[in-house]
Structures are given as C-alpha cells and as structure tokens.
Design a protein around this ligand. Structure first.
Ligand code: ADE
Ligand code: ZN
Length: 328
C-alpha cells in the first residue's frame, strides 16, 4: 500500500550490512558446487534453519560455517554484486559494507583475494547499477588483539579501498577496551571508526566504544535505553545509531531485553539519531525496506519518521559533504 510505496521510493543509505550476511542459500550452493565444497542439506533446509535463532552466538555459528564455501576472488565479487543488485531495488543510493577478513584469512583465503573480489563487485556495481559502496573492515572481537593488529597490517596496501574499521562478532565478554590500541592505530591511518556496542551487552559497552575507541557511530546501540544519562548524551552529541529491527527480533534481543517490543519508536522519541539497516538480510528474513516496514508497523511510525531516518542515514554516512548535499 501507501506505506510500502513511500518506503520503497525514499532514497536511503545502508550503514550496517555484513556482506557475509547477504549469502543466500541459493548463492551458497552455487558457489559450493563450482568450488567442489560439500554442503549438507538443501536450499529449503537452510532457509528453514535460518528462520529462528536462540541468540547472537547461535546465529554466528551458522554464519561463519556458511562462509566456508567462499574461496576465490570471483566468489567475493559475486557476493558483493548480488547484494548491490538487491539493494538498488530498495533505492539504496550508498552502502557502507562491513566485511570480516579474519573469517576468511583464518581458513587460508588470502586477504588480497577477499578485498580484491569485494572491490571488483563495488566497481561493477557502480558502473552498472549506479549504486555507491564503500568497505568497512570489521575485526572479530572474539579473537585476540594480536590477530586484529596483524590483520590491520595486511590491509596497508589496500587502504584506498577501505573507508573505515568496525568491531563485530560475539559481544558478551569481549568489551571495546580490548581493542583500544587497534582503534587508535587505525584512526592514525585516517580510517573512520565504528563499533557494534549495546546489542546484547549493556550500556557500559556503548560508553567504552565512545570513550576508548572514539567511534563515529554505534552499531545497534539499543541497550542505551537501559541508561537514561547515556541516552541524553547520545542525543545531545547526535551520535548515530545503526539499528537493525529484524535482527533484534530474530536474535531474541527484543524478547530478552525489551519485553518483546521493537524499540525503534522509543529511540526516536528520545531524540536519538536513528538509522534503519538490515545487518544480515539473508539470515533475518528481509532487506532494508523490510526493516523499515517492520519498524513502522510495530511502532506506528509516520512517513515523517521514515523520512527523518533516511535523512539520518546520509548525514551519518562517510560520504563527502558534496555527495551528502546531493543525496539529501
Ligand atoms: N556479525 C554479523 N552480524 C553481526 C551482529 N548482528 N552482531 C555482531 N556480529 C555480527
Ligand atoms: Zn551487525
């Protein structure tokens, strides 16, 4: 209806999207077949397995296992290109795409293969689909600081292909403080910084990400609602939150922490700079517009709210000021 049309037509930027989380079962089997990798089950059985998750770790176990099929530059190109095609349908003008190099280098796939393939997908997407994309290199927080620092070293010849760094994977027990030196080094190299914080762990992780990692955006950040003084600070400083409504629902964040509620409405009412994103759309049952529609219908939002969050996505992006002005 009218709402869907408004959401679909609104230009938007996607700021929280893991490229590995866009691997649909069909593409996974296609790539597995050409690489001679055995994958158990069928497209249908994988779809069913992805319908629900106990928590973040239950999802991550499946997500990392699926990555085993990705081996060649071609695979990473195809993965990126398929996402950009799908995002263009949702009127995404620009995407800042997370990738997890350690997931692949730990399996013996060279860093250069991963980044060259993803970059090729971006170049072809820009040429054929008129969609812009940039890469944000994420570090797996369950691994050591040493592993992260050596991964940053491997990125040195490719800094022209990366706009920033992020922090993801299992949050509980892996606080931002573990990566203070990494973020300081990356910032010194001119990279922008973001971090997942306050997805499953409490508001103290958000505070650490701001104070110790000096991030420009908080990925998820929904747990700020447990600390009213933190909410006030985020609102006053205009810190962007890249929220992911379907992700929070599928990973039981809403049921465990918010009495089953979608908190998008509360975050907006608190005056926070909220953006809507899809996180891992091949696992959570929808791409960015599905996430908008879910938030609007769960929280009774208006077209004005949708407009505001789309505008927030551009102002919170790492696009140049000229590009921002053009998009808004
Ligand atoms: N990796 C992929 N999706 C993630 C999420 N929602 N949280 C933490 N790490 C992730
Ligand atoms: Zn995420």
């Amino acid at each position: 209806g009218r709402l869907w049309r408004y959401v679909r037509g609104a230009p938007k930027a996607e700021l929280h999207l893991h490229i590995e989380g866009t691997l649909e079962p069909e593409l996974m089997f296609e790539i597995a077949a050409r690489n001679g990798v055995a994958v158990e089950g069928t497209v249908e059985s994988h779809r069913i397995r992805r319908q629900s998750f106990k928590d973040l770790q239950d999802f991550l176990d499946l997500y990392y296992a699926a990555c085993d099929v990705l081996k060649t530059e071609e695979d990473f190109r195809d993965l990126m290109y398929a996402y950009l095609q799908r995002a263009a349908v949702d009127n995404v003008y620009a995407a800042e795409v997370f990738f997890d190099p350690q997931t692949h280098t730990e399996r013996g796939v060279p860093f250069d293969v991963v980044i060259s393939g993803l970059h090729r997908g971006i170049v072809e997407g820009h040429r054929n689909l008129e969609i812009r994309a940039n890469l944000i290199m994420c570090f797996l927080r369950h691994l050591s600081e040493e592993s992260a620092l050596s991964t940053l070293e491997q990125a040195l010849p490719h800094l022209d292909k990366i706009v920033g760094i992020g922090l993801d994977s299992g949050e509980l027990g892996n606080p931002p403080s573990k990566f203070e030196r990494l973020f300081e080094r990356a910032a010194g190299m001119g990279l922008k910084t973001v971090a997942h914080a306050g997805e499953e762990a409490g508001p103290e992780y958000i505070l650490e990400a701001l104070e110790l990692l000096k991030v420009r955006r908080i990925d998820h950040g929904v747990q700020c609602l447990k600390d009213s003084s933190l909410v006030e600070r985020l609102a006053k400083e205009g810190v962007p939150l890249t929220t992911c409504p379907l992700s929070n629902m599928k990973l039981q964040v809403n049921s465990r922490y918010f009495g089953g509620r979608n908190v998008t409405g509360q975050l907006l009412e608190a005056g926070l700079r909220v953006t809507i994103n899809s996180d891992d759309p091949a696992y959570f049952g929808g791409y960015i517009n599905d996430n908008f529609v879910r938030a609007v219908s769960d929280c009774n939002l208006t077209e004005r709210d949708v407009y505001k969050m789309c505008r927030n996505s551009f102002t919170s992006s790492f696009l140049s000021d000229v590009d921002k002005a053009f998009c808004i």
